[in-house]
Design a protein around this ligand. Sequence first.
Ligand code: FB9
Length: 488
Amino acid sequence: MAEDAILGYLATHAEIPDSEQFATQHSLHHNEVVNVIKSLHGFRYIDAHDIKRETWVLTDEGKKYAADGSPEVQLFLALPPQGSISKDELQKKLDPSVFKIGCSQAGKNKWVEMGKQVSRKVQHVEDKVKDLLIRVQSGQAIGKDDINSLKARKLIVAQTWKGYSVRKGPNYAPKRKKVATDLTRENLQRGDWKELEFKEYNFNAKGPPAESGHLHPLLKVKQQLKNIFLQLGFEEMPTNNFVESSFWNFDALFQPQQHPARDSHDTFFLEAPSTTRELPEDYVELVKHVHESGGYGSRGYMYDWKREEANKNLLRTHTTAVSTRMLYALAKQPFSPKRYFSIDRVFRNESVDRTHLAEFHQIEGLVCDRGLTLGDLIGVLNDFFSRLGMSKLRFKPAYNPYTEPSMEIFSYHEGLKKWVEIGNSGMFRPEMLLPMGFPEDVRVIAWGLSLERPTMILYGIDNIRDLFGHKVDLSLIKRNPICRLGIN
Ligand code: FB9
């Protein structure tokens, strides 16, 4: 419709100077004409240039006065030609905003005597405001001062009118030729490809966005941390078993059976399979013994250690359970120093809040060698965390059942302008290592932190539920930037 009108008009006219006028003359909607112009311009049937025009349109208040007259005139007409009426009486006759504005404007125009009584000071008034508004409404030009006074009274606002002037384009034709956008098998079979006109290839057109998988932010940070561990010569421990026995998760770590963490308030115990199938019996005896009556210089916990408690299956509460298995295996071999790390899920029956879920990813590192000291641990921690961009560390004495001494690790975070607890660490107790069969002078220093906390801070995520779990908005996964740990 509009297309034929435009192409047809240009057949006999050099130019369409103003698309809006053209639309009005051909009783077409200007928007429809504009869309057709854009498309014909795209195919170069026409050459369109956009023309802008500042116009004034009436505000809702302006439209009201154009229809009902300006408030000052409404007020004037509400007054008796002779004598006066009380202000309250007058107020009742008019809409509140009309009365208010009418009073100030009529007063300013010295049309009325304002007092307890209100009366006319002139016989007749012109509603110049109304006339001006109507002229603006019909697109007629009015004087600058009038524009400013109407603008000041918020009766009109500026609006940019956009239209086009149109001329024939390089591919002009009175009717749009159907251009083929693809050479199909049918075209070849029918041989009609010879007549067909093919659309220009737009080699600059962007292709459809390549939908692809996206790595979860946690996995990006995990990879960065793995790289750091591997650079430091650490070996990854196999963590592919969420289900663990209480023995490896607690007892082998010299954590007493009545320790609060070992009851179902903190730990998810399994109903099926509820108990582990096998444990290394001779080693279990040694663990039982060290719990009950110590040895290796320790007096132990002096309680009755129960095998059935150790047999209970649970969801591991820390990847330190994996460290226990790996250290036990290491102690079986002729001693050689080792550096191990693990990054995987651990489960704790904790109340869910902004930073805690019932599961998180624990990062753990350990170094096993002869004669290691707390100084070595502090050295390794400084080296490790400096590669995460955390250089200034402070250590606070802490307690873990399986390490003595133990330290909480703090770092001053420039962005958050405060000291942040970034992990925990310690030296595994002899009551844990010696029953495994390690030589007297072998020491194991270890530390741990979570994957979620650094990821939340790096990606500015305030609530852990926005990072992990069924409430995560996938676009976050799609648009999150690469992880630049330690790289400012
Ligand atoms: O991750 C933690 N904090 C952290 C780490 C990095 C970080 O990076 C930012 C970019 C700058 C920011 C914060 N924490 C450990 C400290 C706290 O968040 C703490 O409140 C919560 N902890 C978890 C356990 O919550 C019950 C984080 C988790 C944690 C704690 C201890 C260990 C592992 C994970 C451990 C251990 C350990 C100790 C000795 C030997 C072997 C393992």
